[in-house]
Design a protein around this ligand. Structure first.
Ligand code: PLP
Length: 235
């Protein structure tokens, strides 16, 4: 199976899910999550027209951004952010989905080059209230958004969620519905927000049913990741 075949399969899945939900398929952006994969794999997708790429680890991302300069790609940072990484992120990425600390937001704001448009950000929401997971607790969402208001070099686009890892469709549905509710509640206060970053390889259809505007897809595009993660995951 070639990677471009995977790309067209996923594009079809998105279109079908959008139609079933009576939504415009163009309202949903496919973010190709390319962590651990070499630039050559991304190049094949870029040549097939894929524009948006998501990366979790800064060092490998910087190499790929540099190797693929000629394609004019749009880079999204979607992983946890350490404060010593904010400068490169502010300079090299267009989007950050994983903002959940004011200090990090302030650094991104201060380090965003003035020659570039404001950095697009999503607040990461800890939708299932998991103690092990990053993200803002739902009841703190609005006050956190308010704390970002003075940061002129950032533009709040919406929220990002990673629901708890479950195969129970009812639980998935509940998480996505909660995320949609919180998104709409935030939109009542910030009518210009337009982004609900939600859904991955296994659950993108259900996410689209619940209003997702960006699906973040890794495995279904690139295959199963085998490279160990640089940081240990506690299960
Ligand atoms: C790795 C990752 C994805 C992609 O997950 P797949 O199951 O491989 O599609 C999406 N979002 C985030 C935040 C990730 O870290």
């Amino acid at each position: 199976m070639t990677i471009t075949k995977n790309l067209s399969d996923i594009t079809n899945r998105i279109e079908k899910a959008a139609q079933q939900a009576q939504r415009d398929p163009h309202a949903i952006t496919l973010l190709a999550v390319s962590k651990t994969w070499p630039a050559e794999k991304l190049r094949a997708l870029a040549e097939a027209g894929q524009k948006h790429f998501g990366e979790n680890y800064l060092q490998e991302a910087l190499q790929k951004i540099s190797a693929l300069k000629s394609f004019d790609l749009i880079w999204h940072f979607i992983g946890p952010i350490q404060s010593n990484k904010t400068k490169d992120i502010a300079e090299q990425f267009s989007w950050v989905h994983s903002v959940d600390r004011l200090k990090i937001a302030q650094r991104l704001n201060a380090q965003r080059p003035s020659a570039l448009p404001p950095l697009n950000i999503c607040i990461q929401l800890n939708i299932d209230d998991e103690t092990t997971k990053s993200g803002i607790k739902p009841d703190a969402l609005l006050s956190f958004a308010q704390s970002l208001e003075p940061l002129d070099n950032l533009i709040l686009r919406g929220i990002m969620v990673i629901p708890s890892n479950t195969d129970d469709p009812e639980q998935q549905r509940r998480s996505f519905q909660h995320a949609l509710n919180h998104y709409q509640r935030l939109k009542d206060h910030y009518p210009n927000i337009d982004t609900l970053s939600m859904g991955m390889s296994k659950d993108m259809e259900l996410a689209i049913t619940h209003g997702s505007t960006i699906v973040r897809v890794g495995t279904a595009l690139f295959g199963k990741r085998t490279t160990p993660k640089p940081t240990a995951t506690v299960k």
